[in-house]
Design a protein around this ligand. Structure first.
Ligand SMILES: CC(C)(COP(=O)(O)OP(=O)(O)OC[C@H]1O[C@@H](n2cnc3c(N)ncnc32)[C@H](O)[C@@H]1OP(=O)(O)O)[C@@H](O)C(=O)NCCC(=O)NCCS
Length: 199
C-alpha cells in the first residue's frame, strides 16, 4: 500500500486531477461542480510525501474527493462527487485511505449518510468500502452507465484532544498524524504540533 497524506483542501487544488481522470476530452468547466464553493462542501486530497519527509512537505497530488451537503431520500447526507485517483497510482490503496479518512472527518451526529452516483466500472471499489447499491442502472450522457450507492457514516469516537483542538483550539487548520489519525496533529497555519501518545 502506498503511504499518502490526506488533507482537506479547497476546490481549486483538485480540479486539474478531477479533469484529467473524470472529464478528459470535455470542456474544462465540466470539472467544476455547482456547490464547489459552498461553505458546507468538503474537499479531500491525498498527496505523496514530499522529499523532506516532514509532515508539512507534500508531494504530488494523487487522489481527490468532494462531499456536498444536502437532502437525499429524506436523510441529511453528504453526496460524494469527483472521486478520482491518478491512473498511475490506482489500485494501490489510496482511494480507500482517502475515503476512510473522509468518513472520520465528516462524521457528526446530525448527518449519517453518504451517497453517490457511481460509475458502473467503480461499483466494485465502493462495495469493498462498505457501500451498497440502491437504484436501477441509469445513463449519464457524458460519463456512461451509473448506479446510486450509499453508506451509513460510521459513528466515530473522537478523543477529548480532538474535540479541544478542532472545536475550541486557537489553530484553525489542523491535520492529523498519519499513523493514529486522531492522536497527534499539526496545524497547517502555524506549524504547531500537539498530540497525545495514546487515546
Ligand atoms: C475508482 C477509483 C477512485 C478507485 O481508487 P483507487 O485508489 O484505485 O482504489 P484502491 O486502490 O484504494 O482500491 C480499494 C479496493 O477496491 C478495489 N478496486 C479499486 N477500483 C476498483 C474497481 N474499479 N472495481 C472493483 N474493485 C476496485 C481495489 O482492488 C482494492 O481492493 P482490495 O482492498 O481488496 O485490495 C479509481 O480507480 C479511479 O479514479 N477510477 C477512475 C475514475 C472513477 O471511476 N471514479 C469513480 C467515479 S464514481
Amino acid at each position: 500500500m502506498k503511504v499518502v497524506r490526506i488533507r482537506e483542501v479547497w476546490s481549486g487544488q483538485i480540479i486539474d486531477l478531477r479533469y484529467e481522470v473524470l472529464r478528459a476530452g470535455l470542456p474544462r468547466e465540466t470539472a467544476m461542480f455547482d456547490h464547489d464553493r459552498d461553505p458546507s462542501t468538503r474537499h479531500f486530497a491525498a498527496y505523496l510525501p514530499g522529499e523532506s519527509g516532514k509532515l508539512k512537505d507534500l508531494g504530488k497530488l494523487v487522489c481527490c474527493a468532494t462531499f456536498t451537503l444536502g437532502d437525499w431520500r429524506g436523510f441529511k447526507s453528504f453526496a460524494l462527487r469527483g472521486m478520482a485517483t491518478d491512473p498511475e497510482y490506482q489500485g494501490k490503496g489510496i482511494g480507500r485511505q482517502l475515503l476512510t479518512r473522509a468518513e472520520i472527518e465528516l462524521s457528526q451526529p446530525s448527518i449519517n449518510m453518504l451517497w453517490c452516483k457511481a460509475r458502473k466500472s467503480a461499483i466494485g471499489f465502493y462495495e469493498k468500502l462498505g457501500w451498497a447499491t440502491c437504484s436501477a442502472e441509469f445513463e449519464i450522457p457524458t460519463a456512461g452507465p451509473h448506479i446510486e450507492m450509499f453508506k451509513q457514516l460510521p459513528r466515530v469516537q473522537k478523543c477529548d484532544w480532538f474535540a479541544r483542538t478542532t472545536l475550541g483550539g486557537n489553530c484553525s487548520n489542523w491535520t492529523h498524524c498519519e499513523d493514529c489519525t486522531i492522536g497527534m496533529s499539526e496545524c497547517n497555519a502555524c506549524g504547531t504540533v500537539e498530540g497525545l501518545t495514546s487515546h
